[in-house]
Design a protein around this ligand. Sequence first.
Ligand code: BV8
Ligand code: ZN
Length: 242
Amino acid sequence: MELRIEEKTRLCVLTGAGVSAESGLQTFRGQGGLWEGIAVEQLASPQGFAQTPQLVWRFYSKRRRLAKEVHPNAGHHALVEWERRLGDRFLLVTQNVDGLHQRAGSKQIIPLHGHLMETRCSRCQQIFFDERTYEEEPLPRCKECEGLLRPNIVWFGEALDKRHLERIAEFMQSAGEHLVFLAAGTSGQVYPAAGLVDEVRRNRGKSWLIDLEPPAFYASRFDHVLQGKSGEILPTLFRGSH
Ligand code: BV8
Ligand code: ZN
């Protein structure tokens, strides 16, 4: 079954850690969702940061180092090509914070869970591009207000930017039955991203899932499921000439 892109098709793609796995970055549930024996949900949370900020900064510092060492893969480049061909009929929603989509050239992108290479002041909320690592004390503080700096990431228990969710809902509603939703490399465990596929059905759209090992509870909500590596399937999937 080919993914047919017609004249009126509006394509919304949701990516997860599996798309970056092709570049060599670990997925969340791959290593059992643990980092040095600690549950990621615990580390990637305001509570975790309040309790052990230096541990959380070590966790994100390591991921900044790893993300800088890898490169976008064929899956990222295929999505840039699709955006080029479809223009505003294309929307990329990513759960990934590693910045690989942006480095590959994706422009129409909604970074649902934030950016690994951005730091934010937890007091005055100032955000800036930052690839630095913070492994030792003293913890990094804001030049303006002395507030504690944190990664500009949406942690578990933190609300997503509602403008992002509104933009996705708008895109889906305007597409109606011309909507094609494609999720790639995500286990569908984290909400509200995991609930997007249910929105598609409500908008009478069609849904596709690409995953190396499609999780049954998530795959069952898709019209089509393609098993395999995102870096191999994405470049071949979109044959449509429009
Ligand atoms: C919120 C930043 C409310 C951290 C992340 C409703 C129901 C149930 C729970 C909730 C709910 N609403 C809220 C919750 C709680 C929580 C949640 O969903 N918890 C889960 C664990 C049950 N959600 C939240 O807390 C969200 N906030 O809703 O707040 C609120 C509202 C108002 C006011 C206040 C609060 C916030 C969620 C964001 C959390 N932050 N990231 C960080 O990155 O350090 S989530 C984190 O998981 C990453 O972003 C990651 O991308 C994301 C999802 O994981 P996946 O990308 O799917 O990765 P995973 O490893 O799981 O799967 C990889 C897949 O790839 C696998 O299927 C594998 O087979 C496949 N694969 C592997 N290799 C390949 C491949 N596929 C193809 N090719 C390959 N080569
Ligand atoms: Zn500040």
